[in-house]
Design a protein around this ligand. Structure first.
Ligand code: ADP
Ligand code: MG
Length: 296
């Protein structure tokens, strides 16, 4: 598999403050890569360093097989980037801003651009200063999705979108994936990226604390069990379990995969009436990693 992005031992200081500490990860062609971490963890700083928008102090970045120290311009022509802070020229209409952004990146307004404007329901006749946060956010997304490039980088793209538009975003990302494109998607909102990503890295305080495929991380984390039992007394038999909680006759708790057979036997002996066992969500994984004293 060809590597589309390789980041090695990236360090970045702002004055005395070290914003990035030996950040390393790579993305292969055709992958949708989730770059996850809470606010202030270093996601945007990493992305800006990758794109050469800020200078890093040490480390190597290879973008589309090119060393960015020498070939940044060439790399940029094959990348679409949606920044976290979108600047729109306030006196231009949304449509004019879209065309300006397209021209600035050396591309044309196409029928695909029109289809995206329709899909995201953007009124392009209005001055961009009148746009709500959600509408502002649609502008660079429409531009990015209308480009035919190799790598798409989205920095927290859905934080201001309503659920319908967030779903449109998801559909477009999945269409890129189908077309074999590569996507870097940063977010602190886990449930929004979970359905799109193949691999992920979790960053905290400027350090990558975990990376891998979503399924490999899910295998490490606990399963969620929710069981309806005949009575409250039976529910209490499970009260020693991790993260135990109960509502009426329903017990919920978390188990390791190697406890599954034992727990199923216990539940069966307890005359379980209804049962749900669900894999950990990204939210669960996140909490596990962010818990003070949790896995590090
Ligand atoms: N230009 C800057 N000058 C000083 N500190 C900065 C600058 N940009 C970011 N930081 C700091 O670096 C850390 C990481 O920020 P950022 O990469 O924006 O986080 P994220 O995108 O994950 O929310 C934060 O503590 C932030 O305050
Ligand atoms: Mg950010």
């Amino acid at each position: 598999m060809a590597k589309v992005l390789e980041v090695q031992q990236l360090n970045k200081y702002f004055g005395q403050f070290q914003a990035l500490k030996n950040v390393s990860f790579d993305i292969e062609k055709g992958e949708v890569f989730g770059f996850l971490g809470p606010n202030g963890s270093g996601k945007s700083t990493t992305i800006r360093a990758i794109l050469g928008l800020i200078k890093h102090d040490s480390g190597d970045i290879k973008l589309l097989g090119m060393d960015t120290a020498q070939h940044m311009m060439a790399a940029h022509q094959r990348i679409a980037y949606v920044p976290d802070d979108v600047y729109l020229w306030p006196n231009l209409t949304g449509g004019e801003v879209i065309d300006l952004l397209l021209r600035m990146s050396g591309h044309e307004h196409t029928s695909r651009t029109d289809a995206l404007i329709k899909k995201f329901e953007l009124n392009t006749k209005k001055k961009s200063r009148t746009y709500s946060t959600g509408n502002r956010q649609k502008v660079p997304l429409i531009v990015a999705f209308s480009l035919d490039v190799d790598l798409y980088i989205f920095d927290e793209p859905t934080s201001g979108l309503d659920p319908l538009q967030a779903r449109n975003f998801q559909e477009e990302v999945l269409a890129l994936k189908q077309a074999g494109k590569t996507v870097l998607l940063s977010s602190h909102i886990l449930s929004e990226v979970e359905k799109m990503i193949d691999k992920l890295a979790i960053i905290r305080n400027g350090e990558i604390i975990e990376s891998g495929t979503l399924s490999s991380m899910q295998n490490l984390a606990e399963l969620n069990v929710k069981a309806t039992l005949p009575d409250y007394e039976t529910v209490l038999r499970f009260s020693h379990r991790h993260k135990f909680a109960s509502i009426h006759n329903t017990a919920s708790f978390a188990i390791r995969r190697d406890e599954l057979a034992t727990v199923l036997r216990e539940l069966s002996e307890a005359d379980v009436q209804d049962l749900q066992i669900t894999p950990p969500t990204l939210e669960d994984l996140f909490i596990q990693y962010y818990d003070v004293g949790g896995a590090q």
